[in-house]
Design a protein around this ligand. Structure first.
Ligand code: ADP
Ligand code: ZN
Ligand code: ZN
Length: 743
């Protein structure tokens, strides 16, 4: 008797956007019993029956279509490894929780093999000094070589220019680039290798004896592992308390059990210091993923993981999907970091997905932070996560002595500089003694907006509802869309000549510091100086080797680095991040200050941290200065509860974008009514987004609040269905569950 014909649901190769839904195919007799969910198959597609590849998501014994119209699967893709059983479950979880399509979720979960040639990320690096380049630019100008002049002027202002910027925003051809390289003006940096630690760095990280606090954590978690108990843990440990050492021991334990480890770390904190410690312990069983890898390189790492060539993967968010055969442990360092949340659809949070993956694979989840997220700390408070505390620095050394300086008082005492008298005094002292100083400013470039002192007019980007920022010379740049223009000499509104930037950026801090300390070596680290690959590491290792005495920077400098020579950290305007209209503004401010202050005094010598602010009474600043996380948590949680924000409730943000303001707003109002009809109780908006227009697109937001997360995901799913059947008029909609940045 004939076996019953079987059919397969196939998601066509995940790299193609339009084909969101599964298509039905017949499983030919010879392959029945071989093809199962997860198989990688070849199928004919479309009118021309072009051969495509896809994943089987389900095998069934019937189809809803006319069976005679169903095509046959051609075969199994040679040499392919089928998707892990759990991949589909994880993709389905992501789709159900955060929205979007299954195809989008699969793209996140399953690394696609890139056929295209890897794209080299090139950066043009200045070789000649500025003056010479400027004179060459003048010459090119005289000869009417416009492109060349433009590129030269850009190069005079920037040490490094990414190639994408040259061909994109500057619209300069690669021919011009080549000619500059030939003439020795600049060179092209094409490195796309992540720097592996050198042998000497590896040897420097000798194993240490765990202290009592560390030992307690390791014993407790290892005990659970031995007992076959898998669980979730949060290590709340001050900076330098030895969390990384604990992670290393736990990883070692899990490897001994024959299982694998995923170590998540925010991209920005992925430094050679951390890598060196893992390489020292585990050698070539470790591999690293990072966002500057090509899809092909990432795919190769996944293959190595599948084949058992490695046991530990270190990487950002996406490393979570490394297809290890038997995951035993997921570690999430700096678990509070916003970069753990995806910024594109599906907007998943690595913490939640990690918990799901651990559940599916029977692994444990260990999270660590000096400033835990309110989400994790609340879960710990409620007994869902086991909490450990490490209150002292492992390598000895005291936490920095913090002082809050009221900038309003400085001003009234006649000090108009961006450095308070106390900060200046300490800088003098520390530099005199040959110690190192870090200055932190939560901004980049001359990112200050330009406004008229007479009429108050602010120069805005013509395409976005944001002020333009003044950069070196007289260039205005929009940091949202990249629009560049010249700063007008007179106010476009009243004609006044008092048109100036108000606030300082890192570039300006550097300029001032150079004037104050002409003989001191200075490094600056921000988005502009780290645009090229490897630049980030170069600056950090230069500073750590003592090649400079002062490091000026943005957020980037405060994350997880160990500089024993630093004895003073100056936070120039601590409340800059408080003014943001976002329910997480206080949390972010607290974290930034606490982390920045944690950079001082990590060596033998005691450290100082100076916190300059216009709002010395804000609880975020007071608690951070006292390094009192508990007190901050209580204050902040009370606010979230009374105002109704996560984690007290769940929040679904729906964002609508459209070129036509009226139509977008109308669709938004219509959607709000539909959502109300689904029974949602707390629906806010639609309102224009914080930044109400970007790249000419008007943006509206609707917020839905509920303590019940499944209720919210149901509302989202119903809304998606509703929109699919509506006339969208070129309007885009995005869903974001528990956003980390308020839109
Ligand atoms: P965290 O990850 O919490 O910032 P680390 O694990 O990086 O802390 O430890 C900070 C410093 O203290 C490192 O230089 C590390 O080598 C050192 N250290 C960690 N544990 C110990 C210990 N038990 N004894 C001595 N030094 C230690
Ligand atoms: Zn004016
Ligand atoms: Zn713009």
């Amino acid at each position: 008797m004939d076996a019953k014909t079987l059919y397969a649901d196939v998601i066509i190769d995940v790299s193609i956007d339009k084909l969101d839904r599964p298509f039905s195919y017949r499983i030919p007799e010879g392959l029945s019993g071989i093809i199962c969910a997860g198989s990688r198959v070849r199928i004919p597609f479309g009118k021309g029956n072009t051969e495509k590849k896809g994943y089987v998501t389900r095998v069934r014994d019937h189809v809803d279509l006319d069976p005679s119209s169903v095509k046959d699967i051609l075969g199994i893709v040679e040499g392919s490894v089928s998707a892990m059983d759990t991949s589909f479950e994880i993709a389905a979880y992501i789709k159900d929780t955060y929205g979007g399509t299954l195809s989008q979720a699969l793209k996140v979960v399953i690394p696609a093999k890139a056929k295209a040639k890897p794209i080299e990320l090139k950066t043009l690096v200045r070789k000649m000094d500025r003056e010479m380049i400027l004179s060459l630019a003048d010459e090119a100008g005289r000869k009417k070589q416009n492109a060349k002049e433009k590129l030269l002027r850009a190069l005079a202002e920037n040490d490094r220019i990414p190639n994408s910027w040259i061909t994109g925003r500057l619209r300069v051809s690669s021919q011009t680039v080549v000619s500059l390289v030939k003439n020795g003006v600049a060179y092209l940096d094409t490195s796309h290798e992540y720097r592996k630690p050198s042998i000497s760095e590896i040897q420097n990280s000798a194993p240490v004896l765990l202290n009592e606090g560390q030992g307690r954590i390791v014993d407790s978690i290892c005990g659970d592992l031995d007992a076959g108990k898998r669980s979730q843990y949060l290590i709340h440990g001050v900076t330098g308390s030895g969390k990384t050492e604990v992670y290393l021991r736990l990883a070692e334990k899990v490897l001994l059990m024959g299982k694998q480890v995923i170590f998540l770390i925010p991209e920005i904190a992925l430094t050679y210091q951390t890598l060196a410690r893992f390489y020292a312990k585990f050698g070539d069983r470790v591999s690293v993923l990072n966002s500057s890898m090509t899809p092909g390189e990432r795919f190769d790492q996944c293959e190595r993981a599948k084949n058992g060539d490695i046991d530990i993967i270190i990487g950002p968010r996406s490393a979570l999907f490394t297809p290890f055969p038997n995951i035993g442990l997921v570690i999430m360092d700096e678990e509070h970091e916003a970069s753990y949340k995806s910024e594109s659809t599906p907007k998943y949070h690595a913490r939640e997905v990690a918990a799901r993956i651990c559940e599916l694979s029977g692994a444990s989840l260990v999270m660590g932070s000096a400033t835990p997220s309110l989400e994790s700390y609340t879960a710990a408070r409620d007994g869902k996560i086991k909490l450990f505390e490490l209150n002292e620095r492992a390598g000895g050394g005291e936490l920095a002595k913090t002082e809050v300086i009221d900038l309003r008082k400085e001003l009234s005492a006649g000090n108009r500089s961006m450095f308070s008298r106390r900060l200046k005094q300490l800088m003098d002292e520390k530099l005199e003694k040959g110690e190192q100083v870090m200055l932190f400013l939560n901004r980049r470039g001359f990112s200050g907006q330009v406004s008229c002192r007479e009429c108050g007019k602010v120069i805005m980007c013509p395409h976005c509802e944001v002020p333009m920022s003044l950069h070196t010379g007289s260039k205005l740049i929009c940091h949202y869309c990249g629009e560049v223009s010249e700063k007008p000499a007179l106010c476009p509104s009243c004609g006044s000549k008092y048109l100036a930037a108000i606030k300082a950026g890192t570039e300006q801090v550097e300029e001032r510091i150079r004037k104050m300390y002409p003989d001191v070596k200075i490094l600056r680290m921000d988005k502009d100086t780290t645009a090229s690959k490897g630049a980030y590491d170069r600056i950090l290792s230069a500073f750590s080797n003592g090649e400079a005495q002062i490091l000026i920077g943005t957020q980037m400098i405060v994350k997880g680095h160990d500089f024993p020579g630093v004895t003073l950290v100056g936070i120039l305007v601590a409340d800059l991040s408080l003014g943001v209209p976002d329910y997480r503004a206080s949390e972010r401010t607290f974290q930034l200050i606490a982390q920045a202050a944690g950079r001082a005094g990590r060596g033998e010598k005691p450290g100082n941290a100076i916190i300059q602010t216009y709002q010395p009474d804000s609880y975020a600043i007071v608690c951070a200065a006292e390094q009192d996380y508990r007190k901050f948590y209580e204050e902040e949680m009370a606010y979230r509860e009374s105002a109704g924000y996560p984690p007290a409730v769940h929040l679904l943000a729906i964002q609508l974008f459209g070129l036509d303001e009226k139509k977008t707003s109308l669709l938004a109002s219509n959607l709000r009514d539909v959502i109300k009809s689904y029974g949602a109780k707390k629906v806010l908006g639609p309102a224009p987004a914080n930044i109400s227009r970007v790249k000419d697109y008007y943006r509206f937001v609707i917020y839905v609040k509920s303590p019940d997360i499944t209720g919210l995901t149901k509302i989202r799913s119903l809304s998606e269905d509703h929109l699919e059947n509506s006339d969208m008029n070129g309007i885009f909609v995005q869903f974001d569950l528990d956003p980390v940045n308020q839109i």
